[in-house]
Design a protein around this ligand. Structure first.
Ligand code: URA
Length: 338
């Protein structure tokens, strides 16, 4: 048993050491060892480890290709000694493990690191909103080297909740991380034009008309009115027109006229996510009748993957390498200012 080969002081301390070659480009970080891991002296070899192995298998990754470690390297009698699951914060004892993990990874060759669950994610990203951010790449500096963190659901969660679709999400996240470890990743530069005057709105509309491809369009609705409309006209270019409270009455009428002309342009492919909502909202509240052809990413994704979640945030996490953008703008504080 691998336990036998552990250095004596580690065996005494009940520590389960990492497994695999630390120079591997892909690392997987768990929470803490369980009973089986302590017995065998190896990480992820118990029930959660079996789930992880299955997910790795689906993702085309073998165990010897990766470096596997845990945030906390002893089996905690009570996790709350190290980590508060509700606040997502570590206790002083937990912080010691975080420091050790960060150092361990700083001197590793990992280019991409999969964080399984809240504890590992909080240790490396300082945030634990795993349901929102799973599957998104985050760039962090460890040991002066840029690494990509991909948070995912903890494999053990699929045992408690019996939510087997989550295994598919873990497999997707592992596969993405393996690809980013191989090819590298840095956050894309996305140029967003936010016109401030009617003249600038008109110039942005001309820019959109000159673009040759489809427009991906999204409206944000706050308090039953459109607060802004975004048009992406290339992978890395978008125009976001602020609406509510951004203009005086006359200027807002002019802005809506320009937007109506864009949205009612026939022949231009317009991509929405859940077009039924946006299109009917614009018709009902603003008298704008979006002209076809209309493509809907929510319908396309639901047809291809009927069992998966279908929010825009979710589908971006499985079909793209985009960074998590949902906290770039603080809509709640915009709402509060009103
Ligand atoms: N086994 C581990 O080694 N780590 C976990 O996080 C869970 C089980």
């Amino acid at each position: 048993m691998a336990f036998i080969n552990l250095p004596l002081e580690k065996r005494r301390a009940g520590e389960v050491p990492p497994e695999g070659d630390p120079s591997r480009p892909l690392a997987i970080v768990g929470e803490a060892p369980g009973k089986v891991e302590v017995l065998e002296g190896r990480p992820f070899v118990g029930p959660a480890g079996r789930v992880l192995s299955e997910c790795m298998h689906s993702a085309g990754i073998t165990r010897h290709e990766v470096y596997i470690t845990n945030t906390i390297k002893v089996k905690p009698d009570n996790l709350s000694r190290f980590f508060n699951k509700r606040t997502g914060r570590f206790t002083p004892d937990g912080e010691e493990w975080v420091g050790r993990l960060r150092h361990e990874l700083s001197v590793s060759g990992a280019r991409a690191i999969v964080c399984c669950g809240k504890v590992a994610t909080a240790a490396l990203l300082g945030r634990a909103d795993i349901t929102a951010i799973r599957g998104y790449p985050f760039e962090v500096l460890l040991g002066g080297i840029k690494r990509v963190i991909v948070p995912t659901i903890h494999p053990a969660e699929t045992l408690y909740s019996r939510n087997s679709i989550h295994r598919l999400y873990i497999a997707h996240d592992l596969q993405k991380a393996a690809r980013l470890a191989r090819d590298g990743w840095s956050p894309p530069r996305i140029e967003i034009t936010i016109p401030q005057t009617v003249h600038e709105v008109r110039a942005a509309a001309e820019l959109l008309q000159r673009a040759t491809g489809p427009w991906a369009i999204d409206i944000e609705v706050i308090n039953f009115e459109v607060s802004c409309i975004g048009f992406a006209y290339a992978r890395d270019r978008a125009v976001v027109v602020p609406i509510a409270r951004a203009w005086g009455l006359d200027a807002e009428v002019e802005v809506w006229d320009i937007l109506a002309e864009l949205l009612e342009t026939p022949g231009r492919v317009k991509i929405f996510h859940n077009a039924i909502f946006d299109v009917q909202f614009l018709a009902q509240h603003n008298g704008i009748f979006v002209a076809p052809p209309i493509f809907d990413t929510m319908i396309a994704h639901s047809l291809a993957y009927p069992d998966m979640l279908k929010s825009l945030g979710f589908i971006a996490s499985v079909h793209t390498d985009l960074p998590y953008w949902k906290d770039w703008a603080d809509f709640k504080s915009i709402e509060r200012e009103e």
